[in-house]
Design a binder for this molecule. Structure first.
Ligand code: DGI
Ligand code: FE
Ligand code: FE
Ligand code: FE
Length: 187
């Protein structure tokens, strides 16, 4: 699918600030792909669609997770975690996007997971550091992104976990496993 068509599909679904965020993720993901040697077109498509399902009603998201035979634990956690897996399912079913790495980058963009692929890391990080973001720690993470991809992704994940602990939110196992993977494999 080409860029313009993909952007049109997404814009009709998520207008306004959420679409501006998506454009920021696209720009950032392409830069990271260039820097770290990932496929730029794959990064672009994954970034364009990553939040495609963000504004869907929870009941609809839930039906997509069931249809996709997604990990049932997701349903026990916050619905914020559902839009990535739902978007991956819809892309495959409705838009015939078959590339598993693109689908997984979208699927895991909120939680991360252990042993993420290069493309998964790029989308996770681009979502965190795109120019419109202003979380505490984002400036530091942007600096790291220019030097070391793994350190930057680790920083984004550990910031997210601290943020979740602070607001007493449940932490999904994939989020912890992403964090642990970087700690255990640090050299
Ligand atoms: O969709 P976006 O807002 O662009 O970003 P996102 O898909 O990365 O979602 C970010 C939100 O998800 C953020 O508020 C933190 C939250 N999140 C990430 N991992 C977990 C989580 N929330 C819970 N409850 N548990 C997690 O493990
Ligand atoms: Fe998202
Ligand atoms: Fe994110
Ligand atoms: Fe996003």
């Amino acid at each position: 699918m080409d860029r313009e068509k993909a952007l049109g599909i997404v814009e009709s679904k998520i207008k306004g600030p959420r679409f501006q965020h998506t454009l920021g993720v696209v720009e950032t993901a392409i830069k990271l792909a260039e820097k770290y040697g990932a496929d730029k077109e794959q990064a672009e498509i994954a970034a364009i669609f990553h939040d495609y399902a963000k504004l869907m009603p929870i009941s609809e998201l839930k039906n997509f997770l069931i249809a996709a035979q997604e990990d049932e634990r997701l349903l026990l956690y916050h619905p914020e975690l559902w839009h990535g897996p739902a978007a991956a399912y819809i892309l495959k079913k409705e838009f015939a996007i078959e590339n598993e790495d693109i689908l997984n980058a979208i699927r895991f963009h909120t939680t991360g997971r252990a042993n993420m692929s290069l493309l998964e890391k790029i989308i996770y990080l681009a979502d965190y550091i795109e120019p419109g973001r202003n979380f505490p720690g984002v400036v530091e993470t942007r600096k790291l992104a220019k030097i070391d991809l793994d350190q930057a992704v680790y920083k984004a994940i550990s910031n997210t976990i601290s943020f979740l602990v602070e607001k007493k939110a449940a932490i999904y196992p994939d989020t912890f496993e992403a964090y642990n993977f970087f700690i255990l494999n640090k050299n």
